[in-house]
Every structure is written in structure tokens, then in C-alpha cells.
Design a protein around this ligand. Structure first.
Ligand SMILES: [Zn+2]
Length: 57
């Protein structure tokens, strides 16, 4: 008997559940890791802040 070793293949690497920091304004999870220093904003609030600061100065 000449049996080849079983092909285990490559298991799909599931992305690690990285803890996300909450938005300081609305509390929604941001795309920043929890270890981010300072205020973290979700994409929506980041956009709103960008719009706000774009008009000042
Ligand atoms: Zn937000």
C-alpha cells in the first residue's frame, strides 16, 4: 500500500477579534484599536469634525 499523507490544506486564517475603541462622541465602535491614545472617533464623527474644522480658520 502506498498511501499519500492526508492533505490537510490550509485552514482559513480568521482575523483576530481586535478590540476597538469606542467613539468618544457617539459611542460607536471605531476602526482604531483600543490601545489608541487620545480621543478616538468613528468614521462618521471624524467626517463631521473634518467638516467643522474645515470652516474655521
Ligand atoms: Zn462617532
Amino acid at each position: 500500500m502506498n498511501q499519500p499523507p492526508p492533505d490537510t490544506g490550509t485552514p482559513a486564517a480568521a482575523p483576530a477579534a481586535e478590540p476597538r475603541a469606542d467613539c468618544v462622541l457617539c459611542g460607536e465602535p471605531t476602526e482604531h484599536p483600543n490601545s489608541t491614545k487620545g480621543a478616538t472617533l468613528c468614521p462618521v464623527c471624524e467626517w463631521q469634525e473634518a467638516q467643522r474644522t474645515a470652516c474655521s480658520g
